[in-house]
Design a protein around this ligand. Structure first.
Ligand SMILES: *Cc1c(COP(=O)(O)O)cnc(C)c1O
Length: 368
């Protein structure tokens, strides 16, 4: 059996007629930048999340950068974030001129450990960016309290957590702003790069929209210098079609994870993902931990099972951050996990038989 890590083709085939019509509609209008398709998607995604404003942008990385810039974060400032994420979260901090301050992760959830945050706050700290990694929401209510106590902005990186929640509050709804990625493999994925900013703050929304479109409030009326990071109209049309299915796909991911959990919990060499009480984990990724991870990965590969590692090097340990002079021992959990984590195939269309095959091969590996 061959099992891909994600199967974007299976999902496309399940909604082919609507996707093809949406793409053809944009081409028929020859309205490739801006237009009604953008507004339609923004309105739909805002409604699904109960948010006041959604601003489509070019990708999830720019979304983080734009929010920080429009909150006035820049040179001389510090922004606290997690040691375990995709580099977008920290490289955008540096892009503003600010300094990324890394915090180790909670060993049970792989998200920023709130108990370690306050020790890293200084007079230069402006914001905290938790990442709801793998679809498991960070301790966001607790982090919000830390932000309020210390007068810091809370910016939620929701690139992996569409419709995750803590105490029935959706990811992205506690921060002054939150950012989403619609990269093709994300839970809600476009057919190219795409992202958005979500906020209930009117002024911040207006400024982010302006900044993402060359600082123009309307054509040729540039109130500031900005960047070019607009949501592509074709991508918006595709996302509008897919948004009708996203809640069902999310539930399917959760049920796929439950099938994995049930079968893998008897394998003592494997740690299955834990779900914190009161949270909804939407399983962008199904990440196990195991000793001999690299050998296991190779064994699965040789049996037709594609896996991945998110991420093989914790952010402070990357060559890109050598200039910060961190020691791996400062981030013991993130550093230990980088050699134990393994992402197994996960997508809404994954069948019980496919999961059974993956699990059988994992068991076979440890029986040898
Ligand atoms: C994917 C991702 C991003 C960036 O999104 P792009 O759309 O690829 O720019 C940011 N943060 C995290 C945690 C991500 O997984």
């Amino acid at each position: 059996m061959n099992i891909p890590f994600v199967d974007l083709k299976a999902q496309y085939l399940s909604i082919k007629k609507d996707i093809d019509a949406a793409i053809q509609g944009v081409i028929d209008n020859t309205n490739f930048i801006g237009g009604k398709a953008i507004k339609d998607f923004e309105t739909k995604f805002a409604a699904l999340n109960g948010a006041k404003h959604v601003i489509g942008v070019g990708n999830g990385t720019d979304a983080i950068y734009i929010v920080m810039r429009m909150l006035g974060i820049g040179a001389g400032d510090e922004v606290i974030t997690t040691a375990a994420s995709w580099i977008s979260t920290s490289e955008t901090i540096s892009q503003t001129g600010a300094k990324p301050i890394f915090v180790d992760i909670d060993p049970s959830t792989n998200t920023i450990d709130p108990r370690l945050i306050e020790a890293k706050i200084t007079s230069r700290t402006k914001a905290i960016i938790p990442v709801h990694l793998y679809g498991h929401i960070a301790h966001v209510h607790e982090i919000k309290k830390i932000c309020d106590r210390n007068k810091l902005f809370l910016i939620e990186d929701c690139a992996q957590s569409h419709f995750s929640s803590e105490n029935d509050v959706l990811a992205g709804r506690l921060g002054i702003a939150s950012t989403f990625s619609f990269y093709p493999g994300k839970n809600l994925g476009a057919y190219g790069d795409a992202g958005c900013i979500m906020t209930d703050n009117d002024e911040l929304a207006t400024n982010c929209r302006m900044f993402a479109n060359h600082g123009a409030i309307k054509k040729h009326d540039h109130r500031m210098e900005g960047i070019n990071s607009r949501l592509d109209t074709l991508q918006a049309a595709i996302l509008t079609v897919k948004a009708d299915h996203i809640l069902k796909w999310t539930e399917s991911r959760i049920s796929r994870a439950a099938v994995y959990n049930e079968a893998l919990k008897q394998v003592e060499q494997v740690s299955i993902p834990s779900v914190r009480t009161g949270t909804k984990h939407t399983f962008h990724l199904y990440v196990i931990r195991a000793k001999k991870r690299d050998e296991l990965k190779e064994f699965l590969e040789s049996n037709g099972i594609q896996t991945a590692i998110h991420y093989p090097t914790a952010l402070p340990n990357l060559p890109a951050y050598r200039y910060l002079n961190h020691q791996p021992a400062e981030f013991p959990v993130a550093t230990r996990y980088q050699s134990e984590i393994l992402s197994l195939p996960m997508y809404p269309e994954l069948t019980d038989d496919q999961i059974a095959y993956v699990v059988a091969k994992v068991k076979e590996f440890f029986e040898h």
